[in-house]
Design a protein. Structure first.
Length: 250
């Protein structure tokens, strides 16, 4: 067991009536090793949504293609080149941070067409009628940009084990409680880029994670938590970290 993993295990298994946890190594080996000890955390096999949530995620991403401005289509692309990644920036700014939208100008060559695969496997070609983008002039007015960090349940939660928690520990239990999977999102302005928050050190991020979990619980509530920077982000457009937490009896 590596020193970093041993430190997290020590935190999560120490007798305590308060808060236990910290940043973890997201490698499959480290996640599996931690799960074998504390049981409630995510393992490598669970680092993906359940099939029904994965389908919903796919359909939601298609909806993003049809509704929100896709920046890659505003620059020349070679014919036959693979489709660019889905641009999630305006979508997340709107849905997570509630920033206002405006109509985006269409690309010079017109809106692209996309193949939409429905849940039943049927494919159809669809073309956006209009794209939206964040109205930054309106967003900069008033207090809209004061909220630069959002703590929100993951819309497509990973597959977490069911456990029964007793005292300072948990044991596997069919039909038991599952940890909560949240995402800590960071808003950057267009001129900044996600690197402005990716540069935050782990100590600062850990403080934010603890504060946001505590704010979601009654005062002085006890809880366990882990978090990590996802090395394979499906939404690299805005910096975010994955957070898993479990309320405990004090």
């Amino acid at each position: 067991m590596s020193g970093r993993l041993a430190d997290v295990v020590a935190l999560l298994t120490a007798p305590s009536g308060g808060v236990r946890g910290g940043e973890v190594d997201p490698s499959p080996e480290a996640l599996d090793a931690l799960q074998r000890v504390v049981h409630w955390t995510v393992g490598s096999d669970g680092c993906r949504p359940a099939p029904q949530d994965a389908l919903r995620k796919h359909l939601d991403r298609m909806a993003v293609l049809l509704k929100y401005r896709q920046g890659a289509y505003y620059v020349p692309r070679d014919e036959g080149s693979p489709p660019p990644p889905i641009d999630m920036y305006d979508s997340v700014c709107h849905t997570m941070f509630h920033l206002p939208l405006r109509h985006a100008d269409p690309p010079a060559g017109g809106f692209p067409s996309f193949v939409d695969a429905d849940g039943d496997g049927t494919e159809r070609v669809v073309v956006p009628e209009v794209w939206y983008e964040v109205d930054w002039a309106a967003a900069r007015q008033g207090r809209r940009l004061q909220q630069r960090v959002v703590f929100h349940p993951n819309a497509y939660p990973y597959q977490l084990p069911a456990v029964r928690c007793e005292g300072d520990g948990c044991v596997p239990c069919d039909g038991g409680t599952r940890a909560r999977h949240y995402v800590l999102w960071f808003l950057h302005l267009p001129e900044e880029g996600p690197a402005v928050h990716a540069a935050l050190d782990s100590a600062a991020l850990d403080v934010l994670v603890r504060e946001r979990i505590a704010a979601a619980l009654p005062p002085a509530a006890a809880f366990d938590y882990i978090w990590y920077r996802n090395p394979k982000m499906t939404v690299p457009d805005l910096f975010h970290v994955q957070v898993f937490w479990m309320p405990r009896e004090a």
